[in-house]
Design a protein around this ligand. Structure first.
Ligand code: AMP
Length: 215
């Protein structure tokens, strides 16, 4: 299956994408993760992307589209994939259609994760990340560390990631409404969209998504 996952930052796209991709045995392709990998490897692409990401803005299309295309052309994606965070505007959606059409392929479904705006700000702006290991993530309300500002796992300092300050979160939401939301109408016109309420337990949201894919 070829699936696109859409939803505002903080809707749990990454979490759902990981579970769904595993369940469906297709690769999870996250442009955000690809950019972050480039940044940590110190590549030219990472260097170009970083300032846009820190501000919560979109990385320019020419960089993003060619990076996504390279990833989709890898052998493991030949039988399908789950896209998380791409496309993020109508021109990326159009480029994706062109890319797939050239290979005689098309999308099977677009899952739109729906969550309230206040909830998103609370979820994202409360996150604290360990300086030693960015997979050690805490939350001031939902997963507080035992000692404020200190990672439970390795004692590292907890900090607010640059793209998770309240200003950056609000900007990412603005960018989502103005640039990304229009792709939902674009895909609705193709009859591809299922709206998935994204509140509640992770497993319940996954079940809703799987039910929508069976239709
Ligand atoms: P994510 O992890 O999906 O929230 O992405 C983190 C950041 O990477 C975004 O805020 C953007 O700056 C950048 N990014 C990820 N995917 C795209 C995309 N499809 N187009 C432009 N920028 C993107």
């Amino acid at each position: 299956m070829r699936i696109v996952l859409v939803g505002p930052p903080g809707a749990g796209k990454g979490t759902q994408a990981t579970v769904l991709a595993k369940t469906l045995s297709i690769p999870h392709i996250s442009t955000g993760d690809l950019f972050r990998a480039n940044i940590s490897q110190g590549t030219e692409l990472g260097r170009r992307a970083k300032a846009f990401m820190d501000a919560g803005d979109l990385v320019p299309d020419e960089v993003t589209i060619s990076m996504a295309k390279d990833r989709m052309e890898q052998a493991d994606a030949a039988g399908g994939f789950l896209l998380d965070g791409f496309p993020r505007n109508v021109s990326q959606a159009e480029a994706l259609d062109v890319m797939l059409k050239a290979e005689g392929m098309s999308l099977d479904a677009v899952l739109d994760l729906e969550v309230e705006e206040d909830e998103v700000v609370k979820r994202l702006a409360g996150r604290r990340t360990c300086r030693n290991d960015s997979s050690h993530i805490f939350h001031v309300a939902y997963r507080p560390p035992k000692v404020e500002g200190v990672c439970d796992i390795d004692g590292g300092e907890l900090y607010v990631r640059e793209d998770q300050t309240e200003d950056a979160v609000r900007n990412r939401l603005d960018v989502y409404h103005t640039q990304t939301e229009p792709i939902i109408d674009y895909y609705k016109a193709q009859g591809l969209v299922s709206t998935i309420p994204a509140l509640g337990e992770v497993k319940d949201v996954t079940q809703r998504a799987m039910d929508a894919l069976k239709k």
